[in-house]
Design a protein around this ligand. Structure first.
Ligand SMILES: *[C@@H]1O[C@H](CO)[C@@H](O)[C@H](O)[C@H]1NC(C)=O
Ligand SMILES: *[C@@H]1O[C@H](CO)[C@@H](O)[C@H](O)[C@H]1NC(C)=O
Ligand SMILES: *[C@@H]1O[C@H](CO)[C@@H](O)[C@H](O)[C@H]1NC(C)=O
Ligand SMILES: *[C@@H]1O[C@H](CO)[C@@H](O)[C@H](O)[C@H]1NC(C)=O
Ligand SMILES: *[C@@H]1O[C@H](CO)[C@@H](O)[C@H](O)[C@H]1NC(C)=O
Length: 498
C-alpha cells in the first residue's frame, strides 16, 4: 500500500502545482470534454497588433476542470488551467492556429481539424485530423478522404455518430472547396460525400455551422464565394441570409432573417454561434471583418438568433461587463453557461481572460460575476504583457501550492481515496466507448479519387429520396455519385496550383 500511496500523493500534489495561466491567443480550438472539462489546443500568440493578423502558432494542449468552478469569481479562473505535457502521441500535435475543434462520442473525445499549421499559408498538413482520448491520455490521427479543408466548419451530429464538414479552402491552398459536404462516421471512420445545395453554387468560409434542436445545421455569416474557384474574391455574407442543411431529410435551404429592432447586423468572420439550451436560439458572439486591411472587430457583438422565428435580437450589456467586443475567441457551452475564452479585442490585443454568460433564462443572458471588467477597459493589459512566453506558474498557482500543502497534510486520506475512485471510474467509462476499437474492427474506408458531380445535382436533388429511416450520411451515396472524367479534371485543378 505504501508505494501506490506515494504515487497518488505525487499525483495530487502535481495537479495543484500545475495550475497555469495561458499565454494570450486567438484562433485556438476549445470544446467541452467529458462532463466537466474544457479542453483547448493551439492558437496564434503573436503577430501584427495594428491589423489583427496573428501568427506564432502554438501546440500546447490545456484544460480547465469545471467541477469546482467558482461562478461567483469567474475572473480568477484565468489562472486555473492545467497544461497537459505528458500525453501519449503528443508529438503528433503541430503548432497550429485557425483550426476547428469539437467533441464526439457523447463528449468523450476531443477532435481537432485542419488549421494553418506551423508554416502558415500554403503548407500542407500531413495528418490534419487529430483525436484526443482523455481516458488513456492519448492523441492519435484519424484518416481523411483525400483532402482536408481550412476555414470551413465542423459539427458533431451525435444522433448518427457523424462529423459534418462543409466549405472552406482545400488543403490550405488558394482553392475554395466544392459545394458537397463531407461526413465522417466516427464509428467506423467511413467518409461520405453528400450533394451540395442544388440551388446555390457558393460555399462559405470563416462562417459558423451550428446544429439546432430541429436537426438542421444553420450556417451564419462568414464569406461567400463560388465553389472550386481560386481567383474569385469572396464577398461578405449577409448575416440575415442564413443557410441550413437538414440532417434528417438531407436537403438544403436558405432563410432570410429580420432584426427585432430593425438595426443592421454587420457582417463578420471569426465569430461563434452556440445553441442556447431549452430554446430555439443561438448566441452569436463577437467577430470581425477585414476592412481597409484591418481586421475590424464589430461593435454589435452579441445577438440571439431564433432560427424558427428567423429573428435576430441584439443583446445589450452594461458597458465594461462581460467579454465585450472580440474576435477569434472560443465559445463553449457548459450546462446553462456559455464560456467566452481568449481571442482579440478591438485594440488588437490578444486575450486570455474568461467570461461566462449565464443563459439559464434563454431570452435574457446575464454575465456571471467577475472581478474584472471586459478587456477593452484594461482588464487584460497585464495579461497581454509580452513576458508570458509560455504557460508559466501564476500567482494563483503559487497560492494553490501553499493552500495545497496545507490540504496535503490534512486531507491526504480523502484525496487518495478520491483519486483512486475517480481513476477507476474513468477507466470504466472509456472502455465502453472508444471509436478506435471499432476502427480496428473495420478496415473499410473510402478514398474518393475525385469529387462527385456537383453540376447534375441541380437537375435532380436525389438526396431527398433517401430513406429517412437510415442515417443518410452513410448510405452508399459514394456509388451513386460516380465522378466523370470531366470532374476528375476539375477536381485535380487544386493540385496544379500548389
Ligand atoms: C481558481 O483557483 C483558485 C485557487 O484554487 C480558487 O480560489 C478560485 O475559486 C478558482 N476560480 C474559479 C473560477 O473556479
Ligand atoms: C477572486 O479570486 C481571487 C483569486 O483566487 C481572489 O484574490 C479574489 O479576492 C476573489 N474575489 C472575490 C470577490 O471573491
Ligand atoms: C452521454 O453522457 C451522459 C453523461 O455521462 C449520459 O447521461 C448519457 O446517457 C450519454 N448519452 C449517450 C447517448 O450515451
Ligand atoms: C490534398 O492533399 C492530399 C494529401 O494530404 C492529396 O492526396 C490530395 O490529392 C490533395 N487534394 C487536392 C484536391 O489538392
Ligand atoms: C456605453 O458606452 C457607449 C459608448 O461609449 C455610450 O454611448 C453608452 O451610453 C454607454 N452605455 C451605458 C449603459 O453606460
Amino acid at each position: 500500500m505504501i508505494v501506490p500511496l506515494c504515487t497518488l500523493v505525487v499525483l495530487f500534489y502535481t495537479a495543484i502545482a500545475l495550475a497555469d495561466t495561458i499565454t494570450p491567443r486567438a484562433f485556438l480550438g476549445c470544446a467541452q470534454v467529458l462532463n466537466s472539462r474544457i479542453h483547448c489546443y493551439g492558437g496564434a500568440t503573436g503577430g501584427s497588433t495594428s491589423s489583427g493578423s496573428y501568427n506564432n502558432p502554438t501546440n500546447d494542449h490545456f484544460y480547465m476542470d469545471l467541477q469546482n468552478f467558482n461562478f461567483n469569481n469567474v475572473s480568477s479562473a484565468a489562472n486555473n488551467w492545467t497544461v497537459i505535457t505528458g500525453s501519449n502521441g503528443r508529438n503528433l500535435l503541430v503548432a497550429n492556429s485557425y483550426h476547428l475543434a469539437t467533441t464526439i462520442s457523447n463528449k468523450s473525445k476531443f477532435i481537432v481539424y485542419g488549421g494553418l499549421g506551423p508554416g502558415a499559408q500554403n503548407s500542407l498538413l500531413d495528418d490534419p485530423l487529430w483525436m484526443y482520448d482523455p481516458g488513456s491520455n492519448t492523441w492519435s490521427t484519424v484518416p481523411l478522404y483525400g483532402q482536408y479543408t481550412n476555414y470551413g466548419a465542423m459539427v458533431d451530429i451525435g444522433a448518427i455518430q457523424g462529423l459534418w464538414t462543409w466549405g472552406g479552402k482545400i488543403n490550405n491552398t488558394a482553392w475554395f472547396a466544392q459545394t458537397q459536404l463531407f461526413t465522417l462516421n466516427y464509428g467506423n471512420t467511413h467518409w461520405d460525400i453528400v450533394n451540395g445545395d442544388p440551388a446555390d453554387q457558393k460555399i462559405r468560409l470563416h462562417y459558423t455551422a451550428t446544429l439546432g434542436n430541429d436537426g438542421s445545421i444553420y450556417m451564419i455569416g462568414g464569406l461567400e464565394v463560388l465553389e472550386l474557384t481560386k481567383d474569385q474574391a469572396p464577398v461578405t455574407a449577409d448575416m440575415l441570409a442564413t443557410r441550413w442543411y437538414d440532417t434528417t431529410k438531407a436537403n438544403w435551404g436558405a432563410q432570410t432573417a429580420t432584426v427585432s429592432n430593425g438595426q443592421a447586423v454587420s457582417g463578420r468572420t471569426y465569430h461563434t454561434t452556440t445553441l442556447v439550451p431549452e430554446s430555439n436560439s443561438f448566441l452569436v458572439y463577437g467577430g470581425s471583418l477585414f476592412t481597409n486591411d484591418r481586421n475590424q472587430v464589430q461593435t454589435d457583438y452579441a445577438y440571439l438568433y431564433d432560427y424558427v422565428q428567423k429573428i435576430f435580437t441584439p443583446l445589450t450589456f452594461d458597458n465594461n461587463t462581460g467579454a465585450g467586443k472580440r474576435s477569434g475567441h472560443c465559445a463553449v457551452l457548459y450546462n446553462t453557461d456559455i464560456f467566452i475564452l481568449f481571442g482579440f479585442n478591438e485594440n488588437y490585443q490578444l486575450l486570455n481572460d474568461i467570461h461566462v454568460l449565464d443563459v439559464s433564462t434563454p431570452t435574457k443572458p446575464t454575465w456571471r460575476a467577475s472581478t474584472a471588467g471586459h478587456p477593452s477597459s484594461g482588464a487584460s493589459s497585464t495579461a497581454t504583457s509580452s513576458d508570458t512566453n509560455g504557460p508559466a506558474l501564476s500567482s494563483g498557482g503559487i497560492a494553490g501550492i501553499a493552500v495545497g500543502a496545507t490540504i496535503f497534510l490534512v486531507g491526504i486520506g480523502g484525496a487518495v481515496l478520491f483519486f483512486f475512485y475517480r481513476k477507476r471510474n474513468q477507466q470504466k467509462e472509456f472502455q465502453m466507448d472508444d471509436p478506435r476499437q471499432q476502427q480496428n474492427a473495420t478496415t473499410e474506408y473510402m478514398l474518393p479519387t475525385a469529387f462527385p458531380d456537383h453540376h447534375t445535382a441541380s437537375s435532380g436533388n436525389d438526396q431527398t429520396k433517401v430513406d429517412n429511416l437510415s442515417p443518410i450520411f452513410f448510405s452508399d451515396s459514394a456509388s451513386r455519385l460516380k465522378p466523370t472524367t470531366d470532374e476528375r479534371e476539375l477536381a485535380s485543378k487544386p493540385h496544379g496550383d500548389e
